[in-house]
Ligand binder design. Structure first.
Ligand SMILES: NC(=O)c1ccc[n+]([C@@H]2O[C@H](COP(=O)([O-])OP(=O)(O)OC[C@H]3O[C@@H](n4cnc5c(N)ncnc54)[C@H](OP(=O)(O)O)[C@@H]3O)[C@@H](O)[C@H]2O)c1
Length: 254
């Protein structure tokens, strides 16, 4: 019997948001190595092209788009599915993290954070279930955060947005099962990306060293998250929906 690789994505079309940087870039690269044809998005066209250049195979397409334009998402995603074919997966990696104590969190700040971190994902799910956008059994993966489960002073609004992502994935899993669409999320703790660099710059060296003590296995690499996302999109997770996969180097176990 030939060995069948359940993570083989040959011939499948996957949309990756946040593909110009960090976790999204690592995800686009891994999915391409698994055989997928990837549509990549983010706002920065040059950085999206840099990702395309390190991907395997061909047929990939950079489609720059600002996910803050919530009401434009369904038409934009329909175009992506028309150009590249119905989607087998969506890895929604785009997100923003800005540290701010609650005393300084005004309505505009809250609205911006919720718009990118949760409303964009809901609109993408709405778009994904449109007729012709996705194939049967397709998988959506949202990148939430371990911040959904652990409180952090100065990071309240971000934590709230990521808690909302976990809840949204669970409810969408139930609602979209009738469309044969699976919805899961991954919840990484600190991963070595530009976002982590910005987070780190809000602390002194001593504070950061103290923070690292909470990570028995150290902080993560973007590829650690990409592996889990690929697993949830591929046939390996054919029977998984509504799950939140914690990726935290042991942070919450301690
Ligand atoms: N790094 C961590 O420690 C960590 C931990 C837990 C969860 N996460 C989550 O993982 C995801 C990826 O984070 P990362 O560390 O890879 O961050 P990153 O390196 O800062 O990348 C963020 C990505 O989001 C995109 N993005 C931001 N605003 C956008 C908008 N309005 N429209 C379209 N794209 C937008 C950016 O693209 P453009 O700049 O090109 O628009 C970029 O590709 C985020 O959801 C984050 O909350 C990260």
């Amino acid at each position: 019997m030939p060995v069948v690789n359940p993570m083989d994505l040959s011939g499948r079309h996957v949309l990756v948001t946040g593909a110009s940087s960090g976790i999204g870039r690592a995800t686009a690269v891994l999915l391409s190595r698994l055989g997928a044809r990837v549509t990549l998005t983010g706002r920065d066209a040059d950085r999206l092209q840099q990702t395309v250049e390190i991907m395997a195979g061909d047929g990939h397409r950079a489609a720059p788009f600002d996910l803050g334009a919530i009401d434009e998402i369904p038409a934009w995603l329909r175009d992506c599915a028309q150009v590249g074919g119905p989607l087998s997966g969506l890895a929604h990696c785009a997100g923003v993290q800005v540290s701010k104590p609650i005393r300084n969190a005004d309505a505009a700040f809250m609205s911006d954070m919720f718009r990118i971190n949760i409303a964009s994902g809901l609109a993408l799910a709405r778009a994904f279930r449109q007729r012709g956008s996705a194939v049967e059994g397709a998988g959506i993966v949202f990148v939430a955060s371990a911040s959904a489960f652990v409180g952090q002073a100065g990071n309240v609004v971000y934590c709230a947005t990521k808690g909302a992502v976990v809840s949204a994935a669970r409810a969408l899993a139930v609602e979209l099962a009738r469309d044969r669409i699976r919805v899961n999320c991954v919840c990484p703790a600190l991963v070595d990306t530009e976002m982590a660099d910005r987070f780190r710059s809000t602390m002194s060296e001593a504070q950061f060293e103290e923070y690292l003590q909470h990570y028995p296995m150290g902080i993560g690499r973007p590829e650690d998250v990409a592996n889990a996302i690929a697993f949830l999109i591929a046939d390996t997770a054919r029977w998984m929906t509504g799950t939140s996969l914690l990726l935290d180097g042991g942070l919450l176990a301690g």
